[in-house]
Design a binder for this molecule. Structure first.
Ligand code: GDP
Ligand code: MG
Length: 311
């Protein structure tokens, strides 16, 4: 694998490079975790529950040599209802629009049929692809070769995508990965200010921080039925007040979210508030409402209202 930065034949320093990198992979392989690791800040929410990521998010990583605009995409999987279909469309759409694709897989497991499906999908596009075997921290040294071989077999014989090993959790292998991706970007200027980490509107990030707490504290049917709408963000001296509505599909889910004597909603609000205080670097007052919108996931109009578009 060639990891040294490119330089001109006469040895002149290589030009600054910039462009878009799509993170593609099955749910739960660690795409959002990697994004946060690479930009060194929490820009995407993560959880052990599949399908955590719903919105396409741009995270920005600037090094002395390059600026990478990373697109976190929802995991590719078999769509079950309208929301699922939109998530897959969104991931597919990203492939054609970027300079490089980073296909992330769970490298602690041998390659499977789901991986073959994505490899097939990506091999149809002309965009260069890098394959990264994530979760390297969970691989014993004597398993490494077998696991690597299973992914090499997946690409053989036609595809010559560079293979990388990394851990989004510990950061191991990440600097080499960034260098290799940057080398595949075209020469170009900064696309965002050098200190930017995300282009996501504050409102969306705050909504995602609330949804993350819901994912952590509830189970089964609740997590997938939840959407969050941040209604207002008010600067009030050093304090920021945030008003948000948590939307669920059924009144039984509303009951679970509020909990006995409002205990669950307080726990969710407290967790989200602590995260928000890091974002604002100051005290936050958070008020949460819970609202039932029957079948919001299956109605195009309601999906759009909540910010989920199929683009
Ligand atoms: P996504 O669905 O691909 O965005 O996956 P997430 O980033 O939400 O991660 C799914 C789960 O895998 C979370 O519980 C993460 O903590 C975990 N995870 C992600 N990357 C790593 C890694 O490198 N090592 C280990 N051990 N766990 C990881
Ligand atoms: Mg994700």
């Amino acid at each position: 694998m060639e990891l040294s930065p490119p330089s001109d034949v006469d040895g002149a320093p290589s030009p600054f490079r910039s462009g878009f990198v799509a993170l593609i992979g099955r749910p739960n392989v660690g795409k959002s975790t990697l994004l946060n690791q690479l930009v060194g800040e929490k820009v995407a929410i993560t959880s052990p529950v599949a399908q955590t990521t719903r919105n396409r998010l741009r995270a920005i990583l600037t090094t002395p040599q390059a600026q990478l605009v990373l697109l976190d995409t929802p995991g590719i999987h078999k769509p079950h209802h309208l929301l699922g279909q939109r998530l897959v469309q969104s991931a597919r759409g990203a492939i054609g629009e970027v300079d490089v694709v980073l296909l992330l897989v769970d490298g602690s497991q041998p390659a499977g049929r789901g991986d073959a499906f994505i490899v097939e999908l990506l091999s149809q596009s002309r965009t260069p692809v890098h394959l990264a075997l994530n979760k390297a921290d969970q691989v014993a040294p004597d398993q490494q070769d077998d696991l690597l071989a299973s992914y090499q077999a997946l690409l053989a014989p036609a595809l010559t995508w560079p293979l990388h090993r990394c851990s989004a959790l510990t950061g191991a292998g990440c600097p080499d990965l960034v260098e290799a991706l940057a080398a595949d970007l075209p020469p170009g200027p900064h696309l965002y200010p050098a200190d930017a980490v995300s282009d996501q509107p504050e409102q969306l990030l705050l909504g995602e921080l609330i949804r993350e707490q819901v994912l952590h504290h509830t189970r089964e049917e609740v997590p997938h039925s939840v959407a969050v709408r941040v209604e207002r963000i008010v600067e009030d001296g050093p304090r920021t007040a945030v008003l948000a509505t948590v939307v669920v599909e059924r009144s039984s889910q509303k009951g679970i979210l509020i909990g006995k004597g409002g205990q669950m909603l307080r726990t969710i609000g407290q967790g989200a508030r602590l995260q928000m205080q890091k974002v604002f670097d100051g005290p936050v007052y958070l008020e949460l409402f819970v609202k039932v919108v029957p079948n919001w996931r299956s109605h195009p109009g309601r999906l759009a209202e909540l910010g989920y578009r199929g683009d």
